[in-house]
Write a protein that binds this ligand. Sequence first.
Ligand code: GTP
Ligand code: MG
Ligand code: ZN
Length: 182
Amino acid sequence: MNKIDLDDHTSIIESLQSKYNGLPYPIVTTSKDSSITNLDTLTNLLKNKTCIFVGQSGVGKSTLINALVPNLEIDTQEISELSRQGRHTTSSTTLYDLPLGGELIDSPGVREFSMPKLEAENISKGFIEIEKLRSECKFNNCKHIHEPKCAVLDAVQKKKINMLRYESYLKMMSNIEEENYQ
Ligand SMILES: Nc1nc2c(ncn2[C@@H]2O[C@H](COP(=O)(O)OP(=O)(O)OP(=O)(O)O)[C@@H](O)[C@H]2O)c(=O)[nH]1
Ligand SMILES: [Mg+2]
Ligand SMILES: [Zn+2]
């Protein structure tokens, strides 16, 4: 989560943290202002891996990469005052070597996210907390939507699975279900 120098982000950070609580997706707060955050946590997470920065235009992907990799000077640009949106400064995807090993990829800012065509099974594989419970559902082809004796529904009810995460799952599943009926 970048640009934490701008506003009081405490409530947004807290809600993100509670959504991803217990899952192996760390939230790292960053700022191009090095007096506010040092980038050590991020540097260590990226080390010896191949990672990509994705997100809307103007969130500071290229700025952060400039801070993480010396002597790059990738072009960056202020967001438009009028539209309050980024100016799509980065136009191609480029891979950079990290000083401590590994690579970091800068990508053009997305206008909006859209889903590629996915199979139901692959959607649930993307939610590791859902996937973990799959074998405990009564039916081995359980979609965890309305089936009886579903371990996932049970875990949602008992608040062992975060409701917002489950809602994201349902939303993605409903997209493909609609397509199947067309
Ligand atoms: N206040 C503040 N501004 C930042 C921060 N990080 C980046 N910016 C500014 O945000 C603007 C956009 O940054 P970029 O790095 O060009 O954003 P980007 O995500 O690479 O944008 P695209 O290449 O268009 O996808 C620039 O003016 C940066 O100086 C930050 O932590 N705090
Ligand atoms: Mg960029
Ligand atoms: Zn189930």
